[in-house]
Design a protein around this ligand. Sequence first.
Ligand SMILES: Nc1ncnc2c1ncn2[C@@H]1O[C@H](COP(=O)(O)OP(=O)(O)OP(=O)(O)O)[C@@H](O)[C@H]1O
Ligand SMILES: [Mg+2]
Length: 485
Amino acid sequence: MVSFVGRLSEIRELRENVQQHKIVVIHGFKGVGKSSIARELCRQIQQPYYWNDLRNINTADGVLQHLLSNFTQEAAVLEDKRALLTIVCENIASQGCDLVVIFDNAEDVIKGEDSAFFVEIILSLSHLINTNILVTTNVMLPFHPDKICDFILRELCFKDSYDLLKSVCPTLKDADKICAIVNLCEGIPLALVLAGGEIGFLDVDEVIYLLSHHRLKVLSSDCYSKDEQLEPVYKGFLDRLPTVLEDKLAVLNYIPGTFNKEEAISVLGVTEEGSEESMQIFADRHLIATVSEERYNIHGILRDCLNEYFKIKDIKGVRARFCRTFAVILKQIEKKTETKDYAEALSRVSVEYQNFRKLFTDVIHCTEDTYHVFIDLAATSFTGESILFTTMANYDMGIHFYEVCLRKAVEYKEELDEAKVLTGYGKVLTNIKGDYVRAEERFQRAMDIRRRYSKKRDYFMALLCQSYGWNLGCQGKFVQASRTH
Ligand SMILES: Nc1ncnc2c1ncn2[C@@H]1O[C@H](COP(=O)(O)OP(=O)(O)OP(=O)(O)O)[C@@H](O)[C@H]1O
Ligand SMILES: [Mg+2]
């Protein structure tokens, strides 16, 4: 077993909470280290304690019997659970010293039918003068009396993760490789312990490669028991969700980056009320975590499990809602770039970066339903392009986007759309790549199409003339440019 590492500020805060409140509930994401920190706290405060591991106990009677087993070997057979609670309280009160009662892994009872009575149990115990209560759980309590202090445990910070990996694997010296493994474990101590355990059997570079491509599998070696393997642990966590919520979480997982409530509701596509409620449940069960004031994310390891085991039922519908949702957001951002809110717009682009990338690559799934959304993006989304397509990898993604849009316009026999896409394509080639010759060829093709519709004078024609003229000007073809412009 690995000795406890780090968490200095968390322990300090937790100790203060325990001094000030009779009941402290530690909650957080599955496997984040709640039980470990509770154990470490008990070790440090050196007070007598009763440790009740409630895993798989989902009734009030089970909890009370467990409590009673701290004092007597015999199970009490009492119909009335309040009478049983009184016996427990009397036993604890008679101990004659200050002590801590820990309810570890209390999620099963909190999710069960007796959750309200469980709260009653902890409230009753907290009335005893000599008792502090500590609960660990990965779901919120059903209701929340003022007396209860919540302590949310987050993932291990980078430094603690680094130290934990080093403590599992002291021979590992290369800082870059340690950092790579730490990043791939995303603050989950179990993942770090397991990854460290693989080093030795496997070369460090192999471990890094396997973590990048098959994280769940490599951290689920048969050498460990099922409750120490990453995949069964997190899959089991998801399996405990009702099917409707499972489906909704799989849909949310379609959003690759962080998301806010409106985006989530729009992609979920059900009534606002139902979606708000589901979002609340996901947050209460730590299936989604807040990453900033308004934004949420799904932990990478949970995403791996969702991708592997929870298929989206109506994938076509979800793709369509995703593309509409984020196309609208991109357009809203574009509007802002022409105003004093320019800086805000740019920072929003970086926040939405992963989502916009998926929006552009999802063009391969373009159907009749989403055709106009993509054509509109190709024809008018210039801020997105000039920000998103500027690195080599993203530039290729941008070119791919225009190529597919062009193919679709040809497929749907929409010549004017073809001209719009060619204009956008030419602009990217001119302004981002500086490939004036290839861009000119696109503009010329667009112009040839527009000549067949000489009576139609619209924004897109003006845009074509302006962009084509700019391209020719850049090539020094000023006479031709002034004619086109
Ligand atoms: N600070 C730490 N230092 C070393 N190991 C840790 C630390 N925190 C957690 N671990 C290890 O990570 C694993 C998971 O930790 P733990 O069981 O405490 O998580 P948990 O949040 O209680 O999980 P669950 O949600 O399943 O109850 C354990 O093997 C534990 O030993
Ligand atoms: Mg635990």
